[in-house]
Design a binder for this molecule. Structure first.
Ligand SMILES: Nc1ncnc2c1ncn2[C@@H]1O[C@H](COP(=O)(O)OP(=O)(O)OP(=O)(O)O)[C@@H](O)[C@H]1O
Length: 488
């Protein structure tokens, strides 16, 4: 464990870091973040004794580091500096072996089994074993960086101070080094403090983060407590947004360009829709921000092509996603910019309407197959397997929605759909009660994201009112189309 209390220090007559206090427990990884020149490297140098502290204390295992001699401290603490001054004529093996110097007792001391094991382990962990005999000067920048990490690891110290350990590394090697650092921390009880520039990597690999600003601590805590968009914007003077990592409960940061490319105020109109025997297509000249429960490209994304594809009523396929991917390839649709829904309804029964609004307009397209309509409050009484999508609803907003508004728009649209089923007296055949939808309905909200941002999309907002009316009327029309078709 390392405890830093009110630490200040810097270069001769130039104080750089001021009043830094934090602690890192054994087995934990701390990431130090901050803009260029904020004092990250200087802090590591003061902590490792390379630069003198002008105030404050550093305790390692409860003892002030001033009470350790240089060799004893090197056994406790290994440092990977930002710039390396190692002799480049060395072989990789020799360079890594330099990490063992604190463990050598005299100039002619013998190389022990433990020294050998530490060097071998470090070379294996960093993936440089295969260059063992190669001279350092023949390695790429990234390969050399991994050798320096191996050298610090070979020191087998309890505390690792790493200044930008992922410098020069490609993403696979960044992952390899950071995975290794984390594994060593957890399995061998190492305490790791590392300076990282990449906030996303820092969030993923560090237990806690220290954010530096002008030589002082601006924030310290778990990644979600430090990587707050407003705080990062303030410290880095750059516009950012945070989002959730798709698999790990850690925040991620994305940069927002200072000036958003000014696109022309293009709008989506009915002419952008094409209806063929096989699908209903909306093709936009620019990507639309989309939230949907589609089969292909569901969730949140930017897409310029929406497809509602009609499949036979007996379309039962174990690998629906694979079949849809094949269809897109065969029909020459771009897999990465197309959202696909499936319907058993003939495409000619689609209802498409445009509704004018104060902010622009809203287009609604619905295919409504109601043969297997259900009352959601009674489905627990059923044993049925799900069918393919039957009421597919698209809402295209010529306007700009906030994240919140997108989800509220989904709720508003769904409520309007349910009201349309009630109005048309569509019933759950088993329970005899009014249906609320069908077994596998799908919904999509897309917006051009142009114009003033609309913060909310609930039923009494400008956009919600149009969505409510638009989805209700269009669903009623689509149900009527369906009924008329099957009555014929
Ligand atoms: N040898 C030195 N003598 C005097 N000042 C120095 C020296 N080295 C660095 N500094 C100054 O100390 C300040 C902090 O530098 P430091 O290298 O600690 O920042 P950093 O946060 O690590 O930056 P970067 O992200 O660019 O690596 C800078 O203003 C720098 O100019």
């Amino acid at each position: 464990m390392i405890v830093v209390k009110h630490l200040s220090g810097g270069y001769e007559d130039v104080p750089i870091v001021h009043d830094i206090s934090f602690s890192v427990e054994k087995g934990k990884v701390l990431g130090i973040l901050g803009p260029n020149g904020s004092g990250k490297s200087t802090l590591l140098k003061v902590m490792s004794g390379i630069l003198p502290a002008t105030a404050g204390t550093i305790l390692v295992d409860g003892k002030n580091i001033n009470s350790y001699n240089a060799r004893a401290l090197a056994k406790k603490m290994a440092v990977l500096p930002q710039l390396h001054a190692n002799a480049f004529s060395n072989s990789v093996r020799e360079a890594v072996s330099l990490g063992r110097y604190p463990h050598q007792t005299g100039f002619f001391s013998s190389w022990t089994e433990r020294d050998e094991q530490a060097v071998q382990h470090a070379m294996m962990q960093t993936g440089v074993k295969r260059y063992e005999q190669t001279s350092m000067e023949f390695l790429s920048g990234g390969e050399q960086q991994r050798v320096f990490v191996a050298q610090a690891l070979a020191q087998t110290a309890e505390i690792l101070l790493l200044d930008e350990p992922t410098n020069h590394l490609d993403i696979a090697h960044q992952r390899q080094i950071l995975d290794m650092v984390r594994k060593e921390a957890i399995e061998c009880g190492l305490t790791v403090i590392m300076v990282l520039h990449d906030m996303n990597l820092a969030a993923l690999y560090c237990d806690e983060l220290l954010l530096m600003e002008g030589g002082r601590m601006r924030a310290f805590g778990a990644p979600h407590e430090v990587l707050i968009a407003s705080q990062i914007e303030d410290v880095y003077h750059a516009r950012v947004a945070t989002y959730a990592h798709p698999e790990i409960p850690k925040p991620q940061i994305t940069m927002m360009p200072a000036s958003v490319e000014h696109q022309q105020r293009a709008v989506i109109q009915k002419v952008n829709f094409t209806v063929t025997d096989h699908y209903i297509q909306l093709k936009s000249e620019f990507p639309l921000k989309t939230v949907s429960s589609a089969v292909h490209n569901p969730g949140i994304g930017w897409y310029d092509c929406l497809l509602n594809r009609s499949v036979p009523i007996d379309y039962v396929i174990s690998d629906v996603k694979g079949e849809v991917a094949e269809f897109l390839q065969k029909e020459l649709f771009s897999s990465t910019s197309t959202v696909v829904m499936l319907t058993a309804v003939p495409t000619e029964l689609v209802a498409i309407n445009e509704f004018k609004a104060s902010f622009g307009s809203v287009l609604v397209a619905v295919t409504a197959g109601i043969g297997n309509a259900v009352d959601v409050s009674r489905t627990h009484e059923r044993q049925d397997e799900p069918y393919i999508g039957t009421i597919n609803t698209w809402v295209i907003v010529n306007g700009c929605l906030s994240e919140e508004a997108f989800f509220q728009a989904m709720m508003t649209a769904n409520e309007a759909k349910t009201k349309a089923l009630q109005s048309e007296d569509i019933r759950d055949e088993l329970s005899g009660t009014i249906a609320t939808g069908t077994a596998t309905d799908s919904l999509l909200i897309a917006a051009t994201q142009k114009g003033e941002e609309m913060l909310y999309g609930g039923p009494i907002t400008d956009v919600g009112k149009i969505i409510g009316k638009g989805v209700f009327e269009t669903t009623v029309q689509a149900i009527k189309n369906y009924k008329n078709n099957f009555r014929r």
